[in-house]
Design a protein around this ligand. Sequence first.
Ligand code: PLP
Length: 425
Amino acid sequence: MKKNLETLCVQAGWTPKNGESRVLPIFQSTTFKYETSEAMARLFDLKDEGYFYTRLQNPTNDAVAAKIAALEGGVGCMLTSSGQAANFYAIFNICEAGGHFITANTIYGGTYNLFGVTMKKLGIECTFIDPDWDDERIEKEFRPNTKCFFGETISNPGGNVFDIERFAKMAHKHGVPLIVDNTFATPINCRPFEWGCDIVTHSTTKYMDGHATQVGGAIVDSGNFDWEAYADKFPGLCTPDESYHGLTYTKAFGKKAYMTKLVSQLMRDLGSIPGPHNSFLLNIGLETLHLRMPRHCENAQKVAEWLQANPKVAWVNYCGLPGNKYYELGQKYLPNGSCGVIAFGLKGSREDAIRFMDNLDFICIVTHVADARTCVLHPASHTHRQLSDEQLLEAGVAPDLIRLSVGIENVNDIIADLEQAMEKM
Ligand code: PLP
């Protein structure tokens, strides 16, 4: 039976059999028992499916991964211990030393650093493009060794909306997949596969969990990219893997080639699986994702409108505001609402911005975003402080940008807190 997103949030992933636990159990075990040596050997040869070691697979993790795959409409999902790991693995699965990829420059600071600094040390080059450039200028950045294109549906912290359909077409024209970090929109508000994206990543730490109880990530594959059509570009998927008895992923697993390589090669060798207890917490969050997202958007829309009308506010970026640079893209990709995150700047100095944040009552300064509690952060002083002023501007982060993550409290209380903090500035 085909189910709607709301039902998938609550029900997908764990279907108990007769007499089994109604709630997803926490399989807090590293190992799984087999009766014979042969039964275990068949698992290692990928001839049978089954659990043997939690770094590779675990029933609690798999149930939550299956739920996220269903929500995004993908063929499979792998959970990781953080969003950082998810973005690294998603690219490293197809782009090794000597490879190159292209990314929008308007992305989360941690991802910017991972791509521009750490992956460079592994021999992987990355070109940062401004999504506002015209096609001709961006297409000049594709090289023979380019392996993928990357962007965030709604960028953190700038709130820019990524033109998924445009960049999917461009990536495909150059024989590479489009990878989209869908953390802020969540599959409730945008399903990137429906716009031609090939692979989706998530920091599940954010709205998916929604309560700030666990750090986690996810990678979902649509199964749509034709790796074999560009076999020379993707030898890791299209030629035999010596570490798996000479098996070729595309031949052995078809649409699940990318996912199988992720789990059986990268997770096997690099680790960083979430603990089953964290996946259990994530699952509880997912059960209400469809209820929380509309409330985040409704509150954020009202707060954005209030900020825009406030004489102490210099500028507001929220794609739900008519006249906003990303309003049209928002209406196209996020017709039911974008997310609760608003970027804005106050009139006055940097110290004024800091004083405003220090004056807030229940709205807390935290290095987090996208959970039930309204929170605030000044990226130039906090999350993005490793970036130079030039890099900050390149990443779409104005030095005066305040990131306000609107929660699901009563919106009048949120506005009252902002108002009293501004009065004391
Ligand atoms: N992607 C986006 C859009 C993010 O906002 C973040 C973190 O803020 C990450 C990835 C990294 O996720 P994590 O903190 O779970 O490692």
